[in-house]
Design a binder for this molecule. Structure first.
Ligand code: PMP
Length: 285
């Protein structure tokens, strides 16, 4: 297994950064996870574009030109022989003596790791759907930036795991669901309308989310981008989560109560297939 650190491909065990890296001390960094599906990068352009946006929002420099970063990503996938898996890419503001203010001359740190995935979903997750719990959304006010400051999602996901659930849905003070701890949240109403929260500072605008919205529109599925409450989700016909590694994954229980008939929904599974077909037709890895 190979990793990449600041210009070098290294065996995974030797891939390290300095203790005064600002990612380590301040979570002063951004990241992306790009999935490789049957030898193709899923939505690579979308992930690169969002990475540029995250960097710009934090006034951080690219460690190298975007096309160079993309070349490294491809090379790391190649060196790891990745056919199905993902590349994790992180950029921090660099190494500097600890001081909250931006360092004057730090070079950004670029690291990438590769992961093989045997199956993106377990058969029972697709046959029965997954469970989610709901927890208060205690994150900061700029969730649209994909930063490595992930303590609230870590606590939420741990709580979900300890409750036997797959994911935690984060709920704002007004009772609406913002998103999952590492996924976007969706429902399909009784009338068959696909509902997901619109992009704002309250959520990360998922790249998978954007592709699913386009695929739904192409298939004539009515879409409403608006917030929904936990109560509405519980009375919906279907629910699901989306992310780079899960595509669209059916949610059939929320806080222990069934969604719809308690089985994965038809719209969810059709969108999952549509995404897989779309991703397999995209850029070769
Ligand atoms: N929301 C949050 C908070 C996430 O961490 C993720 C996954 N990175 C997503 C949504 C889904 O985004 P994407 O489809 O780009 O993976």
């Amino acid at each position: 297994r190979w990793a990449y650190v600041n210009g070098r491909y290294l065996p995974h065990a030797q891939a390290t950064v300095h203790v005064e890296d600002r990612g380590f001390q301040f979570a002063d960094g951004v990241y992306e996870v790009v999935t490789i599906l049957d030898g193709r990068f899923a939505d690579l352009d979308g992930h690169m574009e969002r990475l540029g946006r995250s960097l710009a929002e934090l006034r951080m420099d690219w460690p190298a030109a975007p096309r160079v970063v993309e070349r490294i990503l491809r090379e790391l996938a190649r060196r790891n022989g990745l056919v199905n898996g993902s590349i994790y890419l992180q950029i921090t503001r660099g190494v500097a003596p600890r001081d909250f203010k931006f360092p004057a001359n730090a070079k950004p740190t670029l690291v990438m790791t590769a992961k093989r995935v045997a199956a993106f979903a377990k058969p029972e997750q697709l046959e029965q759907g997954v469970a989610v719990i709901t927890v208060p959304d205690i994150r900061w006010g700029r969730r649209d930036i994909k930063t490595v400051g992930l303590l609230a999602p870590v606590l939420a996901k741990q709580q979900a795991a300890e409750s036997g659930a797959y994911e935690a849905w984060l709920v704002d003070s007004d009772g609406t669901v913002t998103e999952g701890s590492s996924s976007n949240a969706w429902i399909v109403t009784g009338a068959g309308t696909l509902v997901t929260r619109p992009p704002s500072h309250a959520i990360l605008n998922g790249i998978t989310r954007l592709s699913l919205l386009r695929l739904a529109a192409e298939r004539g599925i009515p879409v409403e981008e608006r917030p929904f409450t936990v109560e509405e989700a519980l009375s919906a016909r279907e629910a699901f989560v989306s992310s780079a590694g899960t595509f669209a994954l059916p949610v059939t229980r929320i806080d222990g109560r069934p969604v719809g008939d308690g089985k994965p929904g038809a719209v969810t599974m059709a969108l999952r297939q549509a995404y897989l077909d779309y991703a397999k037709g995209s850029t070769a890895a």
